[in-house]
Design a protein around this ligand. Structure first.
Ligand SMILES: Cc1cc2nc3c(=O)[nH]c(=O)nc-3n(C[C@H](O)[C@H](O)[C@H](O)COP(=O)(O)OP(=O)(O)OC[C@H]3O[C@@H](n4cnc5c(N)ncnc54)[C@H](O)[C@@H]3O)c2cc1C
Length: 501
């Protein structure tokens, strides 16, 4: 008999979701994690009395019928998290879009958003309303079509209608729109360039891609995310990880940190175990199923040794292409310096003339005023991140440049938070090398979107792999990046296994 029913390599949100669900269904599950703590990119670090999120800090998927809502209902803890203890709270505005001459709050209610648009873009106001209405209609149609499985927000959406012909026409209508740019949904814009940047920044926040590079139906889904609700987590991202870890353990699953999977053992074309290193010793553990929460590059580079299988992973790897490399600065600041109108999450374009990439786009999160656990009294945490191309990032010697790059980021933040440098209590940075150490992603790279224009979402790889009994979860497989999406990938993998046993 195998040592475990399932071994999960990696404890990101994808891996922990599968592991906890499978434990609850009575399977013997082991999670191996190379880092000293679980969570991967969904984690927080404690420094100087501050709890800084290292990556994920804005969450979605907690609305009724959505993925975390469903997941935590499964574990019977939804009420505790959302209501009794208010650990998870909806935040308004969910996101702020900051352009050199505009600040737009993206509220969940469209009417409130329209008020913002009226103030910021009066001459394009009518067109923008039409744009959002059309986009919402397409989003609605997609959810109607996918009224099953993992698009939880669809459940009971159209309880009495399920007519095949209507579905067929809806599918055709979406198919015809797939190559269009979402900006074509409205007539001529008065300020096309500013409107384009405004829409692009919302899409970049969630997909790192501009409207011209995303199929229209996917853009509609992305623009709908704030409408369905953006949430903050009291105590930071690590609380989401801890919650899943607790469920895993409660139902008898195990997790070992500081343990690195070095090889996936194959018997013929089937996975049957993992070689795991703990310190200087390497042991072999057998399992009926392996779930990998690591990247396709790691599988190709080291985890699969058989040449023919390696080549198959190499093909998928090439298709995914290169991604973006994060650099983050973590600041503990006096809350006096935070402008009154500043929300908890913002995406800022510094200069219209520069390309919408690299250090011209900064992702900023501020710990919420209602979360006193995150910072000493009267202080707040700020995380500011920019994403660089692999080429750009590789030209920088991060250890030597760490201080300069941190200073550069703080200088850039002055545009949004004037005088910030005078109110900094402590400053840290996470370089691509640090991200790599914490997650084993090459340069900490995110690749869940790619150079190929229609990769994101429906065209991403599935959780099934060329090796039997080896499934992939995480943001390199469907439906893509973000904690909510990776949780969905985890549920899909768990379902594949549950169907087969
Ligand atoms: C800077 C930044 C900001 C972000 N902000 C947000 C946000 O605000 N909201 C949001 O929803 N998403 C955000 N994301 C994206 C989100 O964090 C990720 O998409 C998601 O957390 C990835 O989860 P995952 O399950 O794919 O794996 P990961 O988080 O990468 O976890 C994989 C785990 O597997 C472990 N592992 C890998 N290989 C091995 C091995 N061989 N042996 C043992 N363990 C191994 C790693 O150590 C790691 O713990 C952000 C990402 C970045 C980089």
């Amino acid at each position: 008999m195998a040592d475990y029913d399932v071994i999960v390599i990696g404890s990101g949100i994808g891996g922990l979701t599968s592991a906890s669900l499978l434990s609850k269904r009575g399977l013997r599950v082991l999670v191996v994690e190379q880092n000293s703590a679980a969570g991967g990119l969904c984690n927080s670090i404690l420094k100087n009395g501050y709890t800084f999120d290292i990556a994920a800090s804005l969450f979605w998927g907690f609305g009724h019928g959505e993925v975390f809502h469903w997941l935590f209902s499964e574990f019977n803890i939804l009420n505790d998290l959302l209501e009794r203890e208010s650990v998870i709270r909806k935040i308004e505005p969910g996101l702020q879009v900051i352009l050199p001459n505009h600040r737009i709050n993206i509220y969940s209610e469209r009417n409130r958003l329209y008020e913002e648009l009226k103030r910021e873009f009066p001459s394009d106001m009518a067109n923008l309303i039409k744009f959002y209405q059309e986009s919402d209609k397409i989003e609605d149609e997609i959810y109607y079509l996918l009224n099953k499985g993992h698009f939880y927000s669809l459940k009971n959406h159209y309880p009495h209608e399920n007519k095949r012909l209507k579905k067929f026409y809806t599918a055709i209508s979406i198919l015809l729109k797939r190559k269009k740019d979402i900006l074509h949904l409205a007539d001529k814009w008065v300020n096309p360039s500013e409107i384009e940047k405004f829409i692009d920044l919302q899409l970049i926040y969630f997909t790192h891609k501009k409207s011209a590079d995303i199929p229209l139906p996917i853009s509609s889904i992305i623009l709908g995310i704030p409408k369905r609700g953006i949430y903050g987590i009291k105590g930071g991202a690590r609380i989401l990880t801890n919650t899943l870890e607790k469920q895993l353990i409660k139902y008898g699953g195990k997790i070992t940190c500081n343990s690195t999977a070095e090889e996936i053992i194959l018997k013929g074309s089937k996975a049957c175990g993992v070689k795991v290193r703990e310190g200087n010793s390497v042991g072999e553990l057998k399992a009926d199923w392996i779930i990998s929460n690591t990247t396709f590059s790691n599988i190709e580079d080291s985890l699969i040794k058989k040449k023919r299988k390696k080549n198959q992973f190499s093909r998928i790897n090439k298709e995914i292409g290169s991604g973006l490399v994060p650099f983050s600065v973590l600041l503990g600041v006096d809350e006096k310096v935070i402008p009154e109108l500043m929300g908890e999450h913002a995406v800022m374009m510094r200069d219209y003339e520069l390309p919408a990439s690299g250090s011209n786009i900064i992702f900023i999160s501020v710990s919420p005023g209602w979360d006193e656990t995150r910072a000493p009294h009267g202080k707040r945490c700020i995380t500011a991140t920019c994403f660089l191309s692999q080429n750009e990032a590789s030209k920088i010697n991060w250890e030597m440049e760490r201080e300069n790059k941190t200073k550069e980021m703080i200088d850039n933040l002055e545009q949004l938070i004037p005088f910030i440098s005078e109110f900094i209590d402590c400053a840290y940075s996470i370089t691509p090398d640090d991200y790599q150490r914490m997650t084993l992603r090459r340069n900490g790279m995110l690749r869940s979107f790619s150079n190929q224009s229609d990769f994101y979402g429906f065209n991403s790889p599935s959780s099934k792999t060329p090796v039997r009994r080896l499934l992939m979860v995480g943001d390199e497989v469907f439906p893509g990046s973000g904690a909510a999406h990776t949780a969905k990938s985890g549920i899909r993998a768990a379902e594949v296994i549950l169907k087969r046993i």
